[in-house]
Design a protein around this ligand. Structure first.
Ligand SMILES: Cc1ncc(C[n+]2csc(CCOP(=O)(O)OP(=O)(O)O)c2C)c(N)n1
Ligand SMILES: CC(=O)[C@@H](O)[C@H](O)COP(=O)(O)O
Ligand SMILES: [Mg+2]
Length: 631
């Protein structure tokens, strides 16, 4: 790290610098960022794109008095570095370290917790109105990307915000023409048209200075110069919503950013109403490898900054890859299959599917609610939609899941990736609630494969049903079970016994494992000579098996990587209660608190869901010495 950045421990220090010092500081910040993310892993491309914007925002706005809200928050690392957390960046996203997203508990500069996208304008609007009610004269600023802007929530907030004619609310649209993958949809086209039209109008009027001619715009302008001729610039959609639209300006050019932001702040404070600033940036800016491949560098693990990301040596397939392969094979076998992703093509393993079946692939943008209902519509016409969605993001589409799919009993398959704890992203992204929130919905089927091969089989099983179904599987690789090309259906609602207890003189324990915890369960079982059932189905639950095990054992232990409250263990207890069977039981799963970021194995240990923790819990329940038992 060079000298200037070292002296910045808060935005107040930054504001002491001269304007001339800011480009140098930005360069230091960018270098520090690349170095630091290369050591911790984390979101890189988006942060490289917001370096100058962050410097300019903290220079111009009186943070933390003025409120700054980062949408998604995956671009907030420069903000963290400038707001007193530079020395903690080596702990980013690691157990006990700082979060990869803004968090109110972490800093007074993190005014709103984000991570799920498209919330920033709503939050800023609430803050602006809240501050006004308290007689405070501050500005609330939402920084939102072009991807996040495509979600319904962002437009709901614009719709509501634009009516407050004198509210000091500022929206900054950070337009880099990218989501994680290339941005999609009509809004994306509109923003491109807007940029070309505005550019042409500005040059025609000789107002080149309005648009700084730095690289991204210059490049863009050159491409559009010809067909832009004669174009009339209409009022923007944002003006129709009641915002004062300014831009586009180059988001890497401090000489454009700073005076523009000063004007925007002044206008907001002088009662000129909601302001909308459109800036253009490049994802990965300043680090050649990320500029060339912003998708690869969206959220890398550790890498060597000189060499860049090198292919991982892992031989095990991730569950995501198992899904991606299955999707292509199933699509080959059944022409009715269509695949839907709400802006997570790479993360959900759909790159090959798009390449092979482009007409049957739909990236709907960051629009989970729409994705679910859209799938319902497709199913009505006899298609077989597969919605690939992270468990945590399906939370956004819950009403749609009930009202538009389940209530009409439509055969939509939900491939729920990232179920369970996800590691470095932490509580915001953990797929902890899907079991409770899905199993209570009539008509829904819910399955949890124990390993890769079973994941493929259960996806096939789900696909063959004429009902809505969900298959939940975790982030990362399984135990390494080989997967064949077969498309095999498993008996619906039937679990299997994987180990049978032979205990005669000690209490007989049955462990009912849901999902990948089957493998730790098999290890634990050795210590107790326990029976182990691989339950496979949460709904329909294999109630016959649950009751049979309860009758023939002295203790029933359920295991799941999901919230205990209302989870699969609860389902077993409900089944036993309905059958009038009383048996001692132990329900193990994720506790009733948010689990922070960190290495997955460490978090599982913290929650008592590793072999040692499970063994201890069972031993305590049986009233025997856990140490002796583990030995
Ligand atoms: C509700 C929701 N859906 C999906 C995601 C996953 N996601 C995180 S960042 C991102 C792309 C955001 O694009 P944009 O806002 O343009 O920011 P950029 O990555 O370009 O900086 C997506 C899809 C999310 N965080 N929240
Ligand atoms: C910010 C965001 O929501 C995504 O970038 C997310 O962090 C991706 O997670 P995975 O790395 O599990 O795909
Ligand atoms: Mg973007």
């Amino acid at each position: 790290m060079t000298d200037l950045l070292k002296t910045i421990n808060s935005p107040a220090d930054l504001r002491e610098l001269t304007r001339e010092q800011l480009p140098g500081l930005s360069q230091e910040l960018r270098d520090f960022l690349v170095d630091s993310v290369s050591k911790t892993g984390g979101h890189l491309s988006s942060n490289l794109g917001t370096v100058e914007l962050t410097v300019a925002l903290h220079y111009v706005f009186q943070t933390p008095y003025d409120r700054l809200i980062w949408d998604v928050g995956h671009q907030s690392y420069p903000h963290k570095i400038l707001t007193g957390r530079r020395d903690k960046m080596d702990t980013l996203r690691h157990y006990g370290g700082i979060s990869g997203f803004p968090r109110r508990v972490e800093s007074e500069y993190d005014t709103f917790g984000t991570a799920h996208s498209s919330t920033s304008i709503s939050a800023a609007l609430g803050m602006a109105l809240g501050a006004r009610a308290q007689g405070e004269k501050r500005v609330a600023v939402a920084v939102i990307g072009d991807g996040a802007m495509s979600a319904g929530m962002a437009f709901e907030a614009l719709n509501n915000g634009g009516i407050h004619k004198d509210l000091p609310l500022v929206v900054i649209l950070n337009d880099n023409d990218m989501s994680i993958s290339p941005a999609v949809g009509a809004l994306n086209r509109y923003l491109a048209r807007l940029m070309s039209g505005r550019f042409y109008a500005a040059t025609k009027k000789g107002l080149d200075s309005v648009l700084s001619m730095a690289p991204p715009l210059r490049e863009f302008a050159k491409r559009l110069e010809e067909h832009a001729k004669g174009m009339v610039v209409p009022g923007t959609i944002f003006e129709e919503f009641g915002f004062n639209y300014i831009g586009p300006i180059d988001g890497h050019d401090l000489d454009s950013l700073i005076p523009t932001l000063q004007n925007v702040r002044r206008l907001a404070l002088e009662g000129e109403g909601p302001q909308f600033l459109h800036i253009v940036t490049k994802k990965g800016q300043g680090y050649k490898l990320a500029e060339a491949d912003p998708i690869l560098y969206h959220g890398p693990g550790k890498f060597d900054p000189a060499k860049g990301i090198t292919p991982a040596a892992s031989v095990k397939k991730t569950f995501t890859q198992v899904f991606g392969d299955w999707l292509c094979d199933m699509a080959e076998a059944d022409k009715r299959l269509v695949g839907i992703t709400p802006a997570m093509r790479e993360g959900s393993g759909m790159v090959d599917f798009e390449a092979r079946f482009p007409d049957r692939y739909f990236d709907v943008g960051i629009a989970e609610q729409h994705a679910v209902t859209f799938a319902g519509g497709l199913a009505c016409e006899g298609m077989k939609p597969v919605v690939a969605i992270y468990s945590t993001f399906l939370q956004r589409g819950y009403d749609q899941l009930i009202h538009d799919v389940a209530l009409q009993d439509l055969p939509v398959v939900f491939a729920l990736d990232r179920s369970g704890l996800v590691g470095a992203d932490g509580a915001t992204h953990a797929g902890v609630y899907d079991i409770p929130f899905i199993r209570c919905i009539p008509n829904m089927l819910l399955m949890a494969p124990a390993d890769e091969a079973e994941c493929r089989d259960l996806l096939t099983t789900a696909f063959k049903q004429n009902h809505p179904s969900a298959v939940r599987y975790p982030r990362g690789a399984g135990v390494g079970v080989a997967v064949t090309k077969e498309l095999k259906e498993l008996p619906l609602g039937k679990g299997e016994i994987r180990r049978t207890s032979t205990a005669k003189n000690s209490p007989k324990v049955a462990i009912l494992a849901f999902g990948t915890l089957l493998y730790p369960a098999l290890e634990v079982a050795e210590a107790f000579d326990a029976t182990v059932a691989n339950m496979r189905f949460i709904k329909p639950l294999d109630t016959d098996l649950v009751c049979e095990l309860a009758k023939s054992h002295d203790l029933i232990v359920t295991l799941e990587e999901g919230a205990i409250g209302g989870g699969a263990g609860s389902a077993c207890l409900e089944a036993l209660s309905a059958a009038g069977i009383e048996v001692p039981s132990l329900v193990l799963g994720l506790p009733d608190r948010f689990i922070d970021h960190g290495d997955h194995a460490l978090l599982m240990k913290e929650c008592g869901l590793d072999v040692e923790g499970i063994t201890k819990a069972i031993a305590l329940k049986l009233g025997i010495n856990p140490k002796k038992q583990a030995a």
